[in-house]
Design a protein around this ligand. Structure first.
Ligand code: BTN
Length: 262
């Protein structure tokens, strides 16, 4: 596959002069690899793309499974991580800023499911895993993104999958990377300077949950009312407005009651 590594490097290096782009045929996990490198003192900004991950990781200790190829040899998903030193005044909302950049780069129909899933037509299209590490005074952030490019042959996942080819029929993993990578670096650098607050309105325009009845994993129920300036989910409950900021809270829309209309 011909990856647009040079074009991405040319777009990003004026902003981050020590930036590099690397494509590997196989690795356990691009996030794990960049965390290992950071622990070994490699802290320059880097985009690491893997054509195949043998132990891709998702949030909350889950696996991120991606079939490598279809019969025709095309990659069924795009998997990459971006590592860079970052020092925002407030880290809250980083995953929302990342998701927002990804959807805005790809297609108007894509939506964000708080805190950091990308959905298309009520199915999950992409996931984001952010990990950070303190190195002396610095904090190194690893932002991992997995995007389904083609639909898997079987749909036995907990959450049914969507794929980018449903809205961009000509897309492949390399083209998708060319669309998302440079804007994502710019968005993260801007987040480091300004935080989440300036992105709140843009987030609401893509918010999958806004106005929906939700059940949170801590038992709270209510109607989603967007996010606050720090990216916390606002839930309108019987006891007033509740802010949900814990990354451990998973949110699922409450079941829709059967219609009894005549
Ligand atoms: C989730 O939805 O739970 C997050 C999934 C994140 C998957 C990506 S694929 C590239 C990077 N490397 C990993 O091991 N995970 C992230």
């Amino acid at each position: 596959m011909l990856w647009p590594a040079e074009a991405i490097w040319e777009a990003v290096s004026p902003l981050l002069p020590t930036f590099s782009v690397e494509v590997l045929p196989q690795i356990d996990s691009t996030n794990s690899e960049l965390m290992r490198r950071a622990r070994a003192g490699q802290l320059d900004p880097v985009l690491l793309v893997a054509e195949c991950q043998s132990a891709g990781r998702g949030r909350l200790g889950r696996q991120w499974v991606s079939d490598d190829t279809t019969g025709a040899g095309a990659l069924s998903s795009l998997t990459f991580s971006l590592g860079l030193p970052l020092s925002p005044a407030d880290w809250s909302g980083l995953s929302l800023a990342v998701g927002l950049s990804v959807v805005e780069s790809l297609h108007p129909d894509l939506r964000l499911k708080w805190p950091n899933d990308v959905w298309l037509h009520e199915r999950k299209l992409a996931g984001i895993l952010i990990e950070t590490m303190s190195v002396g005074e610095l904090r190194y952030a690893v932002v991992g993104v997995g995007i389904n490019i083609l639909l898997p042959p079987s749909q036995d996942l907990r959450t049914p999958a969507a794929a980018l080819c449903e809205v961009l029929p000509e897309v492949d993993a390399a083209r998708a990377l060319g669309l998302v990578a440079a804007p994502l670096v710019r968005a993260i650098v801007r987040f480091g300077e300004e935080g989440f607050a300036p992105l709140r309105t843009a987030f609401h325009a893509r918010d999958l949950l806004y106005g929906r009845e939700l059940v949170c994993s801590d038992g709270a129920t209510g109607m989603a009312r967007g996010v606050d300036a720090g990216g916390a989910l606002l839930l309108h409950t019987d006891n007033g407005l509740k802010k949900i900021s814990s990354a451990e809270v998973s949110v699922r829309p409450a079941p829709v009651s059967p219609s009894h209309g005549s």
